[in-house]
Design a protein around this ligand. Structure first.
Ligand code: UTP
Length: 289
């Protein structure tokens, strides 16, 4: 079945990025001049997704405004003859059919995904975390959709993160790790480094079979007292194939301070209009050594 729907959870409290996220969504933190969540929506659209549900919550109105038409701004840009900027604003509000549902309490990623049940129905669907961006030749969610077409079941976007970092992620337990696609035996959310079965971590991109909703309905709070998507996927892996796919791409966790700084610098270094000046500036920072 074709994957045409995506869910973008964006209702988290962003406590790792306070105070910036006190009164604005962390998903709106800009990577230079493009909000993080716009990168995520564009990745989905570039992979052929046509319907997107963003899970929002209190204090997240700016996300809806961003993807809405801004009549006043468009009139102003037209009057000023700023046709490139006008075209860009119109493009953003026409990216895809975007729907919104509120997660009334931030009870965890699993709980956020469960809010998508009516939107998804009985189709396989994509999940892209609203604060994770990936620079890749082929959109990562498109890579996962291709694997799903070949293998069915559910597909988790993974990369090795080193055992010293695995306690921040969902960790994969598989029979062997020699191939880019491996069948998941089990999953553990935020394991201690010494207890992790591998350093293969689930990193913010998923194609999930709709049976997950029955599993989420019986998933109890796990790590951090939150209803964890990882725990539900662990149960699902006992019922049907769940694949861990090592995707090609450079991933950034924008909800983390260092991740945000790395993303800003590396995205700027990839831009022709900014790279020469930024490189010269970085070279001038000799006091860093
Ligand atoms: P994170 O765990 O990175 O988000 O969830 P968080 O809870 O906001 O993070 P900190 O630790 O407090 O800084 C990954 C994605 O899942 C969403 C977040 O908005 C983020 O995009 N999320 C998380 C929800 O939508 N609902 C939740 O209850 C939790």
């Amino acid at each position: 079945m074709r994957v045409k729907k995506a869910v973008i959870p964006a209702a988290g409290m962003g406590t790792r990025f306070l105070p910036a996220t006190k009164a604005q969504p962390k998903e709106m933190l800009p990577i230079i001049d493009v909000p993080t969540i716009q990168h995520v929506v564009e990745e989905a659209v570039n992979a052929g997704i046509t319907e997107i549900l963003i899970i929002t919550g209190r204090g997240k109105r700016a996300i809806e405004d961003h993807f809405d038409k801004s009549v006043e701004l468009e009139i102003l840009l037209e009057q000023k003859g700023k046709s490139n900027e006008l075209a860009d604003m119109q493009r953003i509000s026409n990216l895809a059919d975007i729907f919104y549902v509120r997660q009334k309490e931030a009870l965890g990623l699993g709980h956020a995904v469960a809010c998508a049940r009516n939107f998804v129905g009985s189709e396989p669907f994509a999940v892209l975390l609203g604060d994770d961006i990936v620079h890749a030749e082929v959109p990562v969610i498109g890579q996962l959709i291709d694997i799903y077409k070949r293998k069915g079941g559910s597909v988790l976007g993974c990369q090795r993160v080193g055992f010293e970092n695995i306690q921040k992620y969902g960790a994969v337990d598989a029979e062997d790790y020699s191939e880019p696609i491996v069948r998941v035996r089990s999953l553990v959310e935020k394991p201690k480094s010494a207890e992790a079965k591998s350093d293969l971590a689930v990193l913010g991109r998923y194609v999930i079979s709709p049976e997950i909703f029955n599993v989420l309905a019986i998933t109890t709070p796990g790590a951090g007292g939150e209803i964890q998507l990882t725990d539900a996927l662990n149960l699902l892996a006992r019922q049907q194939p769940v694949w861990a796919y090592s995707f090609a791409g450079r991933r950034y966790d924008v909800g983390d301070r260092i991740g945000f700084i790395e993303a800003t610098i590396e995205y700027a270094l990839r831009r022709e209009d900014l790279a020469p000046q930024l490189k010269a500036y970085l070279k001038s920072l000799t006091f860093c050594e």
